[in-house]
Design a protein around this ligand. Structure first.
Ligand SMILES: [Zn+2]
Length: 413
């Protein structure tokens, strides 16, 4: 059974938006059409994202077959015929270079004409999916999650549900002047799985929290930080951004597949070459971008929580706890090969942002911070884990934004 609550609607006033610290002067000017760096268009995709997602494996096979057939055809040519084609290529090198230049210019134009300004942070981003398309993907994902976890959904009279509702309501009501909040119908779903320390939110405002996460968040302040982060992903439209970026990266990977099987002499070398190329794309483009979005959600989330008068120091306590769990996990993942920043990195970045968040909390006329710093609980948490013989650390702890580019038709981990 799903719980439902709607935010109180309010008309946003400019002064309220202006007071929000993450809105820069530049973004305000852009939002009010005072300054436009270059032409931007509304995000649109000629082909619906769901169709592109379904087509993705088909296109990979097409690229593989095309590349492999080209290699086969080239090898079957007699030597003089190959030399003839090489001489033709040399003769027309300027035409070929010109064609490549025009294609590159068109690709660049396509890219810049699909840039938009994210209204909260003022950051420019590539977007080829419309809000309506994201809503449809979100609904598909919501239905899939409800089917997948049908036996794990806690009833609305469960105390866990009441806790999440209390904390989420506090965040949403404190920030209800933001259009990204009051235009959505927010829902809460608590999933009963004590081994799963995750929480996530879908673009339509559907918040999901696993009981494992609730057990780790011992105070409402910590839960406020977690939900603030998740709600920020939703407000910042990160799911749509992910879908757009994935389509772009997939296009690069299709070219890599075709080239690897066309140029390299054997299937094994082609596979190896493609693996190295795809790994390089992930390590240099995909993962850093994903980590940037996580840091951005942390930054906005802590300000949402500050406006709701949570003790923002709890964010540091939470990530320090995650780091302790990670120590027991003894699994030292490489950050640059991960979609999420390491717990230590997140802790360090939040530590930098904490003074601003505390000042903003004061500015919002919140009561003074409690005398006891939530970080003081860390040692007792560490002891409780080391004393517990039954504690089984999770393989990974992530505050996730669902990978909508893949998940709508079958989620990937
Ligand atoms: Zn996240």
């Amino acid at each position: 059974m799903l719980g439902l609550f709607r935010c109180v609607r309010s008309v946003p006033r400019f002064s309220q938006v202006q007071n929000y610290p993450l809105v820069t002067r530049r973004s305000l000017e852009k939002r009010n059409n005072i300054e436009c760096g270059f032409h931007t268009t509304s995000p649109r995709a000629a082909i619906p994202p769901v169709v592109l997602i379904v087509l993705r494996p088909v296109l990979r096979v097409v690229a593989f077959v095309a590349g492999r057939n080209f290699r086969k055809w080239w090898r079957s040519l007699p030597k003089d015929k190959r030399q003839y084609y090489w001489s033709k290529i040399k003769e027309n090198k300027w035409n070929i270079a010109g064609g490549g230049g025009v294609a590159s210019a068109m690709a660049y134009w396509f890219y810049i004409s699909h840039l938009e300004v994210e209204p909260i942070t003022g950051r420019e981003r590539f977007s080829i999916v419309s809000p309506k398309q994201i809503q449809e993907l979100s609904q598909l994902e919501f239905d899939a999650i409800c089917v997948e976890f049908a036996n794990n959904i806690l009833p609305i009279n469960h105390p866990y549900y009441a806790r999440v509702k209390r904390v989420a309501n506090r965040l949403l009501h404190a920030n209800k002047h933001l259009p990204q909040i009051y235009t959505k119908t927010w829902t809460i779903t608590v999933l009963d799985d004590s081994k799963n320390m995750n929480a996530f939110v879908l673009p339509n405002g559907n918040i999901f929290v696993f009981t494992g996460m609730l057990n780790i968040c011992t105070t409402d302040d910590e839960l406020g930080m977690v939900l603030g982060h998740e709600i920020s992903h939703c407000l910042l439209g990160h799911a749509g951004e992910n879908v757009s970026r994935e389509h772009l990266l997939e296009s690069i990977k299709l070219v890599l597949i075709a080239l690897a099987w066309a140029i390299l002499p054997s299937d094994i070398l082609s596979l190896l070459g493609y693996g190295i190329g795809a790994g390089a794309v992930n390590a240099t483009l995909r993962y850093p971008y994903s980590r940037h979005l996580e840091n951005e959600a942390d930054q906005v989330g802590i300000h949402l929580a500050a406006k709701a008068c949570f003790d923002v120091r709890a964010a540091l306590a939470f990530w320090a706890k995650m780091d302790v769990i990670h120590e027991f996990d003894q699994f030292d993942s490489l950050e640059w090969l991960s979609t999420h920043p390491s717990h230590k990195t997140r802790h360090a970045k939040i530590e930098e942002q904490l003074p601003d968040a505390i000042s903003f909390r004061k500015y919002c006329k919140c009561p003074d911070l409690p005398a006891r710093d939530p970080r003081q609980e860390l040692e007792s948490f560490r002891r409780s884990i080391s004393d517990s013989r039954t504690f089984k650390p999770p393989v990974g702890v992530f505050l996730t934004v669902p990978d909508m580019a893949n998940s709508a038709v079958g989620r990937e981990s």
